[in-house]
Design a binder for this molecule. Structure first.
Ligand SMILES: CCCCCCCCCCCCCCCC(=O)SCCNC(=O)CCNC(=O)[C@H](O)C(C)(C)COP(=O)(O)OP(=O)(O)OC[C@H]1O[C@@H](n2cnc3c(N)ncnc32)[C@H](O)[C@@H]1OP(=O)(O)O
Ligand SMILES: NC(=O)C1=CN([C@@H]2O[C@H](COP(=O)(O)OP(=O)(O)OC[C@H]3O[C@@H](n4cnc5c(N)ncnc54)[C@H](OP(=O)(O)O)[C@@H]3O)[C@@H](O)[C@H]2O)C=CC1
Length: 505
């Protein structure tokens, strides 16, 4: 039985989306665990005033690549950036580069996509569907291609409750949709988008379903493998626990909760979200690359349930700096209770805080932050408040095909071995260290800040109770009677204790 690393020895690998969250982890893992790989061709676009080469240089300088750097200081020699914009005709690859790729690439990993839930349909189709089609066109020209691995999402078919490892018929024939979008102006497309996406929640899942179909159309000509991860979170073990570099999905929710901004969210209480660590997804992807070179496959990544109390307790132990309030979120599936908490725990404190800012001559900002947060959590709500049943037979089969060393160590994707509380703790610390770039040595000060917030809350609650009680007393005879009764009782107790202490002296 050959090992996965042996398979990649001497191979030329093409990767799209290498500058993204998952792409980076894929590049790192290939370089570290398949050291005999010949070259990694990365399709990268220039962006934000940076050339493609500068972007790749910045990427490989980041901490994620520390372990690769330790093993081989010259690892960058294996990386060949290719300038490419996936939404342009011919992927905007120069004819020379296209010829070079056609002549030598053995495996393609297609990770690039727009993952925004609010992406206008035209752009989502352009990148996720047409971009994929064009890449398949290039792949058809590759004379030594052994596998084309497409990264999809477990939610491509989220309009179904039970999802098998098959490609379902597309919601619309992609060719017809592409032709129609060509002549429609953006306003018309915006108007008909809800009708088109039907019972899917957004253009992301809709276009990812179309992309799967487009990939499947090539199955007679190419060795195709499709990976469907659920919600991808920070790394479990590799290259080190808790690595994460973005605010997407749960990470943004965790950070907002850790900062004490997010105090409520609508979600299913039992299994809040189907989370899968990024290193597990990448191990599965590389194993699938090896296996697909011989067979065809649609594996899905087996997820685990994310529980909110682990997040809260973890942020109490390792607080984020300058929290707005103490981390404490109410997860509820009840709409009315949710609205109540939005009002009491989000809008009211935001208004109060903005009022203080105004009074002190500063610019109000809290309400604006909360409006953005509400938009983000409303887009995630669809995924956090429902359950799906997924079939994972192909994943189990693939696991059984690996050598014991690959299965248990190098390409382990058995999520059953994961200790969830420990994983979530590392995830929360990862958001602090790698997303917010906060220093771990500041934790005592952050804890002190949380204690201060707790004292402010106690004081505020006491003042509020006394105030309400005073208002109540002023208006109700019964409240006054209760008040006098309680006060006289306290007085009697005090007199009794004073008398008994005088006697004992
Ligand atoms: C407690 C336990 C509960 C459990 C919790 C369960 C969660 C349950 C999740 C389900 C999730 C399903 C996932 C499906 C799985 C896929 O298949 S794939 C991929 C998932 N895709 C995503 O998660 C993308 C979702 N995000 C979006 O669509 C857009 O970001 C949104 C939400 C529409 C917001 O758009 P926007 O307002 O334009 O903001 P955006 O441009 O994203 O960010 C603007 C800036 O704010 C920053 N920012 C963004 N978010 C934040 C934040 N939260 N805080 C601070 N800054 C932030 C950004 O970094 C950015 O900074 P700059 O780059 O401008 O410096
Ligand atoms: N993150 C998650 O939770 C999940 C992700 N997935 C899938 O995994 C894949 C990777 O996701 P993730 O890494 O999180 O996404 P990111 O948004 O982090 O990365 C997207 C990548 O695509 C590239 N890209 C975007 N537009 C273009 C373009 N026009 N031309 C060239 N490259 C482009 C980006 O390049 P640039 O840096 O230039 O913008 C970036 O490298 C996607 O296919 C996604 O659907 C599936 C399930 C869950």
């Amino acid at each position: 039985m050959t090992s996965v690393a042996d398979y990649y020895a001497g191979k030329n690998v093409l990767i799209t989306g290498a500058t993204g969250f998952m792409g980076k982890v894929l590049v790192e893992k290939l370089l570290r665990c398949c050291p005999q790989v010949r070259a990694l061709f990365l399709l990268v676009r220039p962006k934000a005033g940076q050339s493609m080469q500068q972007r790749v240089d910045d990427m490989i300088k980041c901490k994620l690549f520390d372990r690769v750097r330790e093993d081989d200081a010259h690892f960058h020699r294996k990386i060949v950036p290719i300038s490419s914009e996936l939404t342009e005709p011919g992927l905007a690859i120069s004819p020379e580069d296209a010829d070079k790729l056609a002549a030598c690439v053995n495996i393609v990993f297609h990770c690039a996509a727009t993952i925004r839930f609010d992406e206008p349909l035209k752009h989502a189709v352009q990148l996720n569907v047409i971009g994929t089609q064009q890449l398949l066109g290039l792949a058809r020209r590759m004379r030594h291609l052994e596998a084309f691995i497409h990264i999809s999402t477990a939610y491509a078919n989220c309009n179904r409750k039970h999802i098998d490892e098959v490609i379902y018929p597309p919601p619309v024939e992609p060719r017809k949709l592409i032709e129609s979008l060509e002549w429609m102006d953006d306003r018309i497309v915006q108007d008909i988008t809800p009708r088109l996406i039907g019972n899917r929640p957004n253009t992301y899942t809709y276009t990812k379903a179309l992309a799967e179909y487009v990939v499947q159309q090539e199955q007679d000509k190419l060795n195709i493998g499709i990976i469907r991860p659920s919600i991808v979170g920070a790394s479990w073990q590799e290259p080190f626990p808790g690595w994460i570099d973005n605010f997407n999905g749960p990470s943004g929710v965790f950070i907002a909760a850790g900062k004490g901004i997010l105090r409520t969210m609508r979600a299913n209480n039992d299994a809040v979200a189907d989370l899968i660590p990024v290193d597990v997804v990448i191990n599965l992807t590389l194993a699938a690359g090896w296996y697909t070179a011989v067979h065809k496959l649609v594996p899905r990544c087996p997820p685990g349930p994310l529980q909110k109390h682990h997040v809260m307790s973890s942020f109490k132990r390792n607080p984020l700096e300058q929290a707005f309030r103490r981390p404490n979120a109410n997860i509820t599936s009840n709409y009315l209770i949710y609205q109540y908490w939005i009002l009491v725990s989000h809008k009211f404190p935001a208004l109060l805080y903005d009022l203080v800012l105004r009074l002190t001559g500063q610019k109000p900002q809290m309400m604006r932050i909360f409006n953005r947060l509400h938009k983000a959590i409303s887009l995630l709500e669809y995924f956090s408040s429902q359950d799906w049943e997924w079939n994972s037979e192909n994943v189990n089969m693939l696991m059984a095909q690996l050598s014991p060393e690959d299965r248990k160590v190098t390409f382990n994707f058995d999520v059953r071995q994961l200790n969830w509380p420990e994983y979530i703790e590392n995830y929360c610390i990862g958001t602090k260290k790698y997303v917010l770039n906060e220093d771990m040595s500041d934790i005592p000060a952050a804890r002190q800040h949380l204690r201060k917030l707790r004292n402010i809350r106690y004081t505020f609650n006491t003042v509020l109770v006394v105030f309400i009680w005073r208002v109540f007393i002023a208006r109700s005879q019964m409240a006054r009677n209760i008040w006098y009764f309680v006060v006289s009782l306290c007085f009697k107790f005090l007199s009794y204790f004073r008398a008994s202490s005088t006697l004992t002296n």
